[in-house]
Design a protein around this ligand. Structure first.
Ligand SMILES: Cc1cc2nc3c(=O)[nH]c(=O)nc-3n(C[C@H](O)[C@H](O)[C@H](O)COP(=O)(O)OP(=O)(O)OC[C@H]3O[C@@H](n4cnc5c(N)ncnc54)[C@H](O)[C@@H]3O)c2cc1C
Length: 421
């Protein structure tokens, strides 16, 4: 049986960073198992391409929640990356380190080493902030300041924010992240810079780090309560691999609890219901699910927006030519251009709401085999907000012992007075 020191399940944001760090010394062998395939795809590399990958089953798990009472019995669509780079290969590229106080909350909840002053040096070490020709830091994750490339409509957004007393911030990743401003994005020379680009590719150049794509982990193997390996399938072939030191689950917020439950770690009644032998009765596995439910308002605009450029064929062609020649323009950007971290009320002790302003609106239509997000045929923009710290709690539960069955996602949205107020 093949043996490695560390087996990492999932080549997403977390898995790629760990593969890099654990293989850096050269002393440990590392295997990364990824269910999806290669990320060498045009719509992944093109920054604005996430409008395409949003519904693309070749790179996306395309989860759906169960019907939820909080949203009037609706199901919600939960895209998640199923590809090298994971969700960092299909996300909207916006880079925010997180609010310092949120990390302090983690520390204060009993996690020494996770406060802001503890984690900030690691952010610095991994980042390279690029602003035109200037760059700061020598990390491998390229974070671009694209404020000068933003759509002119943003001036109205900032003026309106100022009118209701929201202050401007220079950077969400600087010392004063509260307020409204331009988002920085993870792009390098006009291409998406995913966690795979920044961390996994350098790691794979080392002889002691390997990646197996198309490998779906089915369960973790145990010997006397110790995780010693992983059973995974590639196509119809089921294989096992041994870990001398650790099995590290980085399968994301939906699939990590699913895999633990399939492996016998989870709420005992749930596991027994599905005939899974209980390794550890751990009711918290799959519990405490939190999601930042967003509300988006679409507006028609009297001023031209990105719709005017990206809806007509001639505009798309112009934008494509500009991108090909200069790696700039709207195709090199996220559509989430501005936003903010603000307080939803005067009584809030710190920012509890994230805002978005996109000079762009779109409809999801079925083109060919899969739905695609397409710009509206009129000038439009989008205003969106979501809570940073929702108090509603949901759950992830396996629906069967079949590793190929998606888990049940029970968001339990808007189930507390605080989330509705
Ligand atoms: C459409 C979209 C837009 C987003 N926009 C932003 C944004 O602009 N800014 C931001 O900060 N965040 C954004 N996010 C969120 C961010 O990308 C994720 O929070 C982050 O990537 C999660 O990292 P992760 O390592 O936990 O999981 P993922 O990156 O999802 O990685 C999990 C990996 O595990 C693999 N996997 C799962 N199950 C198995 C299995 N059984 N066997 C083997 N492999 C498995 C998956 O295929 C995947 O590659 C967005 C997410 C999405 C989906």
């Amino acid at each position: 049986m093949l043996e490695f020191d560390f087996i990492i399940v999932g080549a997403g944001s977390a898995g790629c960073v760990l593969a890099d760090r654990l293989s850096a010394s050269g002393r440990h062998s590392v295997l990364v198992l990824e269910a999806g395939g290669s990320d060498r795809r045009f719509w992944i590399k093109l920054p604005i391409g996430y409008g395409r990958t949003f519904h693309d089953e070749r790179v996306n798990w395309k989860f759906e929640t169960e019907p939820d009472p909080g949203t009037g019995g609706r199901r919600s669509y939960w895209p998640r990356g199923r590809v090298v780079g994971g969700s960092s290969s299909i996300n909207a590229l916006v880079y925010c380190r997180g609010l310092p106080t949120d990390f302090d909350d983690w520390r204060d909840a009993g996690n020494p080493g996770w406060g802001w002053t503890d984690v900030e040096p690691y952010f610095r070490r991994s980042e390279r902030l690029v602003d035109g020709e200037r760059s700061q830091g020598d990390g491998s994750l390229h974070v671009a300041d694209v404020s000068r490339a933003m759509h002119p409509l943003s001036r109205h957004y900032f003026a309106a924010a100022g009118e209701i007393g929201l202050k401007r911030t220079e950077s969400f990743n600087g010392p004063a992240p509260e307020g409204v401003g331009f988002y920085q994005i993870t792009v390098r020379n006009g291409f998406r810079c995913s966690a795979a680009d920044a961390f996994l590719r350098p790691a794979l150049r080392r002889a002691n780090c390997g990646l197996q794509t198309g490998a779906v982990a089915r369960r973790i193997l145990f010997e006397a309560k110790r995780a010693t390996g992983v059973e995974f399938s590639v196509g119809r072939t089921v294989t096992t691999v041994r870990a001398r030191r650790e099995v590290i689950l980085c399968a994301g917020a939906v699939s990590s609890p699913k895999l633990l439950q399939l492996s016998g770690i989870g709420p005992a009644p749930l596991l027994r219901r599905h005939g899974i032998p209980v390794e550890v009765d751990s009711p918290a596995v799959g519990a405490h699910l939190q999601d930042h439910l967003a509300v988006s308002y679409y507006y028609k605009s009297r001023e031209p927006t990105l719709n005017d450029l990206l809806h007509p064929f001639s505009g798309k062609a112009r934008a494509a030519l500009r991108y090909l020649l200069t790696r700039s323009g709207p195709l090199s950007l996220s559509v989430n251009q501005c936003g903010g971290f603000v307080r939803s009320s005067d009584s809030a002790q710190r920012p509890d709401m994230q805002l978005y302003f996109n000079p762009f609106t779109y409809a999801t239509s079925n083109v060919g085999r899969r739905p695609v997000n397409r710009p509206h045929p009129y000038s439009g923009f989008l205003l969106s907000f979501q809570p940073c710290r929702p108090t509603s709690r949901g759950a992830i539960e396996i629906r069967s012992p079949d590793p190929d069955a998606p888990p049940m996602i029970l968001p339990n949205y808007l189930s507390t007075d605080q989330d509705i107020a």
